[in-house]
Design a protein around this ligand. Structure first.
Ligand SMILES: [Fe+2]
Length: 345
């Protein structure tokens, strides 16, 4: 496995680059905007293909690199389903898997620091975001933080992991890089409490000043969405209402770009083909399945995904591959459901 812990000195943020092999797919956790050139250089040097950029929660101390990495690499942006970020391509819920080629991380919902905080568990390690830090815990006094929820997340979820599990947090300000669950259980001063009340009392009396960046970072991090309006201006978008009139017509092929787990969890639009976004390029190239389907039958390709982000990128890619009839469902399955469109489970 390829594993890199990358540090942003300004915000004290750790970002993590993961891949199963050289030449394979990679994902990055908690990228910082100012560092994306460094990440992209490393991705090139290790011959990786960045396919997912993930934030453990909406950060208040730095601007996320999610949007910029998406623009540079066309990767999928991922956060938890509780997030208030406007549009991320993929939203995970508790128990969902975060997967790339050769790697699968379990998403566990660990609210408390914020109400959209997630941790990601692999066999021997856990990425704890700001829920559990090394000898500390993330503050709970803004962004819908809740010390009770955090106690449950830490004591009820994270500390139940095997003691040898490596702990990789989103921040450290003292220079520590990694810990273990057993070590934190024994030595984290915040965790030496006898009850939830004691923990709440402790967290409510930290008297911390707000992070310097909070007024800039939070609003910026809520706007990571692609400009789907631009795709619409080019005439490549179909509204859910328009799409309702097209379903079942012979001249249209619906293509679902989501992953299998999302299809199982949220259902599909009846009659759609499944081409996961990660395999799009190989399917729209000249001679490939979607390319030939569009060219030989004259059918219009109508891409859709969860929120219209992946499908907007897919339309651009298909248009670049000279599939001029390609379009996408604006707002994705979420908008389709809101418009009362039929769903197949
Ligand atoms: Fe945070």
């Amino acid at each position: 496995m390829i594993f890199r812990q990358l540090f942003d000195q300004v915000s004290g943020t750790y970002s993590y680059l993961l891949a199963s092999r050289n030449g394979g797919e990679a994902l990055i956790i908690d990228p910082v905007l100012e560092k994306i050139d460094r990440y992209l250089q490393l991705v090139r040097e290790l011959d990786l293909k960045l396919v997912k950029a993930v934030d453990t929660h909406l950060h208040a101390d730095h601007i996320t690199g999610l949007g910029a990495l998406r623009d540079e690499t066309h990767c999928i942006t991922v956060m938890g389903e509780q997030t208030k970020a406007d549009v991320v391509s993929m939203r995970l819920g508790d128990g969902d898997k975060l997967t790339i080629e050769g790697l699968a991380l379990d998403a566990i919902y660990t609210p408390g620091h914020t109400d959209d905080s997630y941790s990601f568990v692999m066999a021997d390690r856990v990425f704890t975001g700001d829920t559990l830090l090394i000898r500390g815990t993330g503050r709970t006094d803004f962004q819908n933080g809740d010390p009770r929820a955090q106690y449950e997340s830490i004591f009820g979820r994270l500390l139940k992991l095997p003691e040898a599990t490596l702990v990789y947090p989103a921040h450290d300000y003292k220079g520590d890089t990694v810990s273990t669950i057993g070590e934190e259980k024994a030595f984290n001063p915040r965790l030496q409490v006898k009850s939830i009340e004691e923990y709440v009392e402790l967290m409510n009396n930290l008297k911390l000043s707000n992070p310097k960046m909070i007024d800039i970072a939070v609003p910026a991090n809520m706007k990571v969405g692609l400009h789907q309006e631009e795709i619409a201006r080019r005439g490549w978008a179909v509204t859910p209402q328009q799409a309702l009139g097209l379903i079942g017509k012979p001249k249209i092929t619906l293509i679902d770009l989501r992953e299998k787990s999302e299809r199982q969890r949220h259902g599909t639009i009846p009659g759609s083909l499944h081409v996961p976004y990660s395999s799009l390029q190989e399917n729209i190239a000249t001679g490939a399945m979607l390319h030939e389907l569009a060219k030989s039958t004259g059918k219009r390709l109508l891409f859709y995904c969860a929120f219209g982000e992946r499908s907007a990128m897919a339309v651009q890619a298909a248009q670049d591959a000279r599939l001029s009839s390609a379009c996408h469902l604006q707002g994705g399955l979420a908008a389709w459901k809101a418009a009362g469109g039929p769903i197949e489970q």
